[in-house]
Design a protein around this ligand. Structure first.
Ligand SMILES: Nc1ncnc2c1ncn2[C@@H]1O[C@H](COP(=O)(O)OP(=O)(O)OP(=O)(O)O)[C@@H](O)[C@H]1O
Ligand SMILES: [Mg+2]
Length: 450
């Protein structure tokens, strides 16, 4: 669950801090106060604040300086300037430097509530823009989880039940089976869906960089650390962090990750101050983690922490009945993308697609369809358009199997099945393709128990 928004008030006037805190706490926010800039920046570096109220006239470090340091480390945090009437000009100047808004004293509790809410909404929107919006748009258009087979329905049932919880989920499955898609699905059906979904590709970074990527670092903590940097955990605060290919992380990082899971706090490199983070953890792997544990390559305690709810994705070979559905889905997707209008897939092609083994699973099927859509010169897809790895024009051809000739009835049954699949189950269209009327088709479907 999301923790309440955390608000920081930096103002040297005690009565001001007190009255503001009172109003904001009543709204359910957590509030901290600082008397001057240095104390404020200290607090700010230690935990995540969602909004900062800042008085420009401060003892010690100037308000403007405080503003610029906050914006340096955390440009997404809205800073609201508190100002007296006499100094509205400097407030305007602060706005130019990146302040979110300003409030002229005296202001009413209602004004304070409205500005705070607007700042929080603004921050959320900014995050959405950065991390979510493109993905959400892509999803509503294309990224649906397709699958009617029993194995997939079972998977989706677990997804439905686990999504609204806070449980850690380990998604396993061969390459291309949809592990990342399922992780996103869990996030989008959770109470954290408005907050970021942050992907950490554990295979992509060397260990030293990986650590700073995850936990962040403070300025000067190592050569090249010119600025303080927020780690992925901080970016994911309130949302979900997804460790893809988790088997690739080294034992050193594994230990650190375990600590985060247990303590729910992180420490930036070069800092000794822990920062609270509120994130849900999901992970995926196409390797056998239990085997890695036996070999001493993966910590057993971390393995158990991660696999509270394991979800195993079936290969495409194990759910061939989903192939026609997936083909239809990808056909629509790539028609739109390539601005083409391919109407269907020939029975022979559907048969070839169903007979093929799909070592690359859904990703391979998707690529195959994309390529076929792009390459096809007609308004349909046939076997010739599928020339790809193991799929060849010879598969899908009716006739002999293993030297033994099929009977005409067997061939008729298979042919009707393939045509039905190619027309996505639409019997009128299938009858048309087969050149028989619907009644005859019905009779044959009954006869062959298709
Ligand atoms: N059930 C499904 N319905 C529709 N599209 C799917 C489904 N499963 C996977 N896909 C699509 O297949 C492609 C591969 O999926 P994804 O990247 O989630 O697989 P993965 O298991 O993470 O693969 P890898 O192990 O190679 O990283 C994506 O484009 C995804 O949208
Ligand atoms: Mg993946």
């Amino acid at each position: 669950m999301n923790e309440p928004a955390n608000i920081l008030i930096i103002d040297d006037e005690e009565s001001m801090r007190d009255s503001m805190s009172q109003v904001l706490r009543k709204e359910g926010y957590a509030v901290k106060g600082a008397v001057e800039g240095k104390e404020g920046l200290n607090l700010f570096s230690r935990e995540t604040f969602h909004v900062v109220f800042l008085d420009l006239k401060l003892p010690g470090i100037k308000g403007m300086e405080v503003l610029s340091r906050i914006k340096d480390t955390s440009p997404e945090t809205p800073v609201i300037i508190i100002t007296g009437y006499a100094s509205i000009e400097s407030a305007v100047e602060a706005m130019k430097q990146g302040a979110f808004d300003y409030m002229a004293k005296p202001f009413t509790p209602e004004e304070l509530r409205v500005v705070t809410k607007r700042a929080l909404d603004g921050r959320r929107l900014l995050f959405e823009n950065m991390y979510l919006r493109r993905e959400l748009e892509a999803k509503t258009e294309f990224e649906m989880v397709i699958g009617k087979s029993k194995v997939m329905r079972d998977v989706l049932e677990i997804v439905r039940r686990v999504s609204p919880t806070e449980s850690t989920v380990l998604v396993t499955g061969e390459s291309g089976t949809g592990k990342e898609l399922i992780a996103r699905e869990i996030h989008l059906h959770s109470l954290r869906r408005q907050a970021p979904f942050v992907v950490v590709d554990c295979g992509a970074l060397v260990e030293t960089l990986f650590e700073s990527e995850l936990f962040g670092h403070v300025k000067g903590s190592f050569t090249g650390a010119h600025e303080t940097k927020h780690g992925r955990f901080e970016v994911a605060d309130g949302g979900t962090i997804f460790f893809d290919e988790i088997s690739n992380i080294g034992l050193n990082i594994q230990a650190k990750l375990l600590r985060v899971i247990q303590e729910r706090e992180i420490t930036r490199i070069g800092s000794s101050k822990p920062i609270k983070v509120d994130v849900r953890i999901l992970a995926a792997t196409n390797e056998d983690l239990a085997e890695a544990v036996r070999k001493g390559k993966f910590r057993e305690d971390l393995f158990y922490r991660l696999s509270v709810v394991p979800i195993h994705l079936p290969t495409l070979r194990e759910r061939k009945e989903d192939i026609p559905l997936l083909v239809e889905h990808f056909l629509r997707k790539y028609n739109k993308k390539a601005k083409k209008n391919i109407e269907g897939v020939s029975p022979r092609a559907i048969r070839a697609l169903t007979e093929y083994d799909w070592p690359g699973n859904i990703r391979e099927l998707e690529n195959t369809i994309e390529r076929a859509v792009v390459l096809s010169k007609t308004n349909g897809i046939d076997v010739e358009d599928l020339m790809y790895h193991g799929i060849s024009a010879s598969t899908g051809l009716a006739g002999s199997a293993g030297g033994k000739y099929k009977t005409l009835e067997e061939m008729e049954k298979e042919h009707i099945k393939a045509v039905l699949q190619s027309q996505f189950g639409n019997k009128s269209r299938a009858a048309e393709v087969l050149g028989i009327d619907r009644k005859t088709l019905w009779a044959k479907i009954k006869k062959y128990k298709i």
